[in-house]
Design a protein around this ligand. Structure first.
Ligand code: GDD
Ligand code: MG
Length: 361
């Protein structure tokens, strides 16, 4: 790496959102702390920051803020110095960045959304920012459906020409990947003391003021983990080694079973399934792309596909769960069928055959 010293960069990670699209899992735990391939999701991002040589990380917290400090403390286990900056009322993405400003020590600040799984090379991103003498550089990726993201067109010189957050008819499939390099003086322009959206307010204002905003486009692994579908997919990709993470070993397999879990003979675990600590998987069950949190139980003959089973939840025998989310401690009776985006709230009890999608009970 040349041209800049990563020790002279502050990292800011925004983790204050409520994670509503991942409810009910986020009722008990903030989204960036949900277990992903056996680690709190944020560990993968923090390890990537540490691997770049950046040392100082400010976490912008709000919702369930205390959980982050309990897990990461001063950051020394990850080779980082982590500080926590709390918003008692959420200030939005822009407000969250402005709120950490008094704690910044360096002129280059790299800001991350705390729910993105990415293989982008942060060293190259920082080189690009300095090489282009940009005031602000946005990491951009291309996606099949840009409507759920910030659409970000650029000109032939890589200058960002517009920023359109979550529009029905986006002008380009090139989107905001949720990672920005700010020149410190730009952060000082964000309004203080009220909620501000960096996407809807700050970026458009900077562009109309003629600030030099550049787009760094790459084609490495990228996924926002904010919905059950994406969370399941990202977890599976981490388990199988399709998604990179410096926090995981290089050789990964088809499934990951954690210490203290028991998997009965004849159970089939495929598609990047992960089985948490103390979980129990019964004989003849089939788990394909399943995310089984700690202490959950899946009984004999059940099929779990692309679904998340919350902490301590129980799935009775011969149930089918496909593209669903089962909340912590819920109890799914034998032969229930839960399909296509079903979400069961924590502690809910479904009797045997209580919900079916077919009539042959
Ligand atoms: N500190 C703080 N305060 N953090 C917040 C707040 C807040 O009030 N609101 C949201 N966050 C954090 C969330 O915890 C998350 O890590 C990050 O900011 C982004 O919020 P999301 O709710 O996940 O946003 P999104 O996925 O709908 O859209 C954003 O990310 C996309 C890429 O993943 C936007 O930045 C889009 O433009 C972008 O394409
Ligand atoms: Mg998101």
């Amino acid at each position: 790496m040349s041209g800049f010293d990563p020790k002279k960069v502050d990292a800011v990670v925004l983790v204050g959102g409520k994670g509503t699209r991942l409810r009910p899992l986020t009722l008990s735990m903030p989204k960036p702390m949900l277990p992903t391939a056996g680690l709190p999701f944020l560990t993968h991002l923090l390890s990537r920051i540490a691997a770049t040589g950046i040392e100082r990380v400010l976490l912008g917290t709000s919702y369930k803020a205390e959980v982050f400090e309990e897990e990461f403390g001063d950051g020394s286990k990850l080779g980082l110095q982590i500080e926590y900056v709390f918003e008692s009322d959420p200030l939005g993405t822009g407000g969250g960045i402005a709120n950490v400003a008094p704690r910044l020590r360096h002129d280059t600040v790299v800001v991350f959304n705390g729910d993105v799984l990415s293989g982008a090379d942060l060293g190259s991103l920082l080189e690009f920012h300095h090489g282009h003498s940009a005031d602000l550089t946005l990491h951009l990726v291309r996606v099949a459906d840009p409507r759920a993201f910030g659409s970000v067109p650029t000109d032939e010189n890589g200058r960002v020409t517009a920023f359109l957050e979550k529009t029905q008819d986006p002008p380009t499939d090139q989107i905001n990947a949720g990672c920005y390099v700010f020149d410190r003086k730009i952060i000082d322009r964000i309004p203080r003391g009220r909620p501000v959206s960096v996407e809807r307010e700050v970026f458009p204002a900077l562009l109309s003021d003629g600030v030099k905003v550049c787009g760094y486009v790459d084609a490495t692994y990228w996924r926002d983990m904010g919905t059950p579908e994406d969370f399941v997919r990202g977890s599976s990709d981490l388990v199988r080694g399709i998604a990179p993470s410096p926090a995981l070993p290089g050789d990964r397999g088809e499934a990951l079973v954690h210490d203290g879990a028991s998997v009965a003979p004849g159970a089939v675990l495929i598609g990047g399934t992960v089985v948490g600590r103390g979980a129990e998987i019964g004989p003849g069950s089939r788990l394909d792309g399943a995310v089984i949190f700690d202490g959950a139980r899946v009984d004999a003959g059940s099929v779990i596909e692309r679904s998340i089973i919350g902490f301590g939840a129980h799935v009775g025998p011969r149930a089918l769960i496909r593209d669903g989310v089962i909340g912590d401690g819920a109890n799914i009776g034998a032969r229930c069928e839960l399909l296509r985006g079903a979400r069961v709230w924590p502690g809910v009890e479904l009797p045997d055959c209580g919900i079916r999608y077919s009539s042959d009970v």
